[in-house]
Design a binder for this molecule. Structure first.
Ligand SMILES: NC(=O)c1ccc[n+]([C@@H]2O[C@H](COP(=O)([O-])OP(=O)(O)OC[C@H]3O[C@@H](n4cnc5c(N)ncnc54)[C@H](OP(=O)(O)O)[C@@H]3O)[C@@H](O)[C@H]2O)c1
Length: 290
């Protein structure tokens, strides 16, 4: 098999996880474009370590054109990260956007040709221990559209434990994930971890938020079950009571938050479809004020 060059831009929790698995495939020539430098990439999971020493770059001037750019910064860092794209690209380079949200292509097409952008949904509990060192706490699933570029992206992970699923109905996949993530704003607002979903008042708010999200998602073409709010609340109740979602973690750490990508987009698309989203709107405004 011929080699494939890959540059991972943004090597935090998700980027570190993805890069560590990519480095296990001999055909992949993987480079890392980072903001904070490190020497080794370490992935910790189930008491085992995956270690790799790919090329680490801190300046776009060090970059070479690659077949794939994998973007795994937080969405609010996409603009700064886009400074890597020109030096990492040749005319056929594809950009896989491995971020939460439902508007990957729309967001990134400001800085990269939209016909070569592949949206990717990532599902894996993973956290950064220190620069270049991440801890994977469960199986990793990547879902992306079942197109030729999608299948080619999936083949980058051949033989690894990353579960890649090329799906026909990607719209439903990302809206299901947004239903799950949208409820997490209750944690970020109350500064209380997952266990708050056992509180009937918190559960009621989560339900309203998810119902609005699902209504907008259906208007966007997603197939979402009528029981999705119960499903989401059940998932939060089944998480370890002290687990903290990334919106909540960003607020605690005083970082920017992916609020536009999570609840803001529901308000924006709700307006477009004439669907009221008062619970999401209030949540967005309260977080902005906070
Ligand atoms: N963590 C999870 O369990 C999880 C699960 C599902 C989905 N997601 C989604 O995945 C995406 C990534 O999240 P994450 O948790 O991996 O975030 P993260 O741990 O904060 O990592 C983001 C990384 O991007 C780097 N970065 C920022 N600006 C950069 C730039 N201009 N050039 C190069 N690197 C830059 C940061 O550098 P520094 O090292 O300097 O901070 C950091 O290492 C988000 O959309 C998130 O919602 C996360």
């Amino acid at each position: 098999m011929s080699s494939v060059s890959i540059t991972v831009v943004g090597v935090g929790a998700v980027g570190g996880l993805i890069a560590a698995h990519l480095c296990q495939v001999p055909e992949n020539v993987t480079s890392l474009a980072v903001r904070t430098a490190f020497e080794r990439l370490i992935l910790e999971r189930d008491d085992t370590l995956l270690e790799a020493q790919p090329r680490v770059m801190t300046d776009p001037d060090q970059a070479q054109p690659a077949d794939w750019i994998l973007l795994s910064t937080k969405a609010y860092d996409s603009k700064a990260a886009s400074e890597w794209f020109e030096r990492c690209s040749h005319e056929g380079t594809r950009l896989a956007v491995i971020q939460n949200g439902v508007d990957h292509v729309e967001r990134l097409s400001r800085w990269f040709p939209r016909e070569r952008i592949l949206p990717v949904m990532v599902d894996c509990p993973v956290e950064r221990v220190s620069p270049g060192h991440v801890r994977q706490r469960g199986p990793v699933v990547l879902k992306f559209p079942a197109t030729a570029p999608g299948r080619s992206f999936g083949s980058l992970f051949a033989g690894t434990e990353v579960n890649c699923e090329a799906v026909d109905d990607f719209v439903s996949v990302i809206w299901w994930k947004l239903c799950l993530n949208s409820a997490g704003v209750v944690n970020a607002l109350t500064l209380k971890p997952s266990g708050i979903a056992h509180d009937p008042h918190a559960a009621r708010l989560m339900r309203k938020i998810v119902e609005e999200t699902a209504a907008v998602g259906r208007a966007e073409g997603a197939q979402l079950d009528s029981g999705i709010a119960d499903e989401v609340i059940g998932i939060y109740r089944n998480h370890p009571a002290d687990s903290v979602n990334s919106l909540h973690a960003d607020r605690l750490a005083g970082r920017p938050m992916e609020i536009d990508l999570r609840n803001g987009i529901i308000v924006k698309l709700g307006l477009r479809h004439g669907i009221p989203t008062p619970y999401n709107e209030m949540a967005v405004e309260l977080l902005r004020i906070a």
